[in-house]
Design a protein around this ligand. Sequence first.
Ligand SMILES: O=C(O)C/C(=C\C=C(/O)C(=O)O)C(=O)O
Length: 135
Amino acid sequence: MPHLTLEYSPGLAARADIPALCRALHSAICEAGIFPLGGIRVRAYCADHAIVGDGLPENDFAALGFAVASGRSPEALRAAGDLIFAAARQALAEPLATPHFTLSFEIREINPDLSWKQNSIHARLAGQTKGAAHG
Ligand SMILES: O=C(O)C/C(=C\C=C(/O)C(=O)O)C(=O)O
């Protein structure tokens, strides 16, 4: 499944709208046009403890990991990654404008021989119009 996992330091919740960031990331993944809507998962976890950079308490991080099925071209993944990272940068513009924040993003391909899945959402979406599927 296209899994977008956001990890962030505890201080970031006061400096950024995490639910809005999740929505922006979801929209960017949809907009990329190469991922099945029913397979998309976006979730965010706050680290219980974090030491960032030089260890100043005002330092924060957000780390985005995106796990996708293998088989797409590097060019297609690169273009999708550019879109998703741009959405993250826009949503996190305020902390990025300070000297106390670091943002990272990585795409990882899932080994098809070592992963399993069953998803009932695809069939439901196939029965809807495209517009309705996006809510
Ligand atoms: O294969 C994967 O796990 C990733 C994927 C799609 C997954 C689903 O559609 C699913 O789990 O139902 C992908 O397109 O990258």
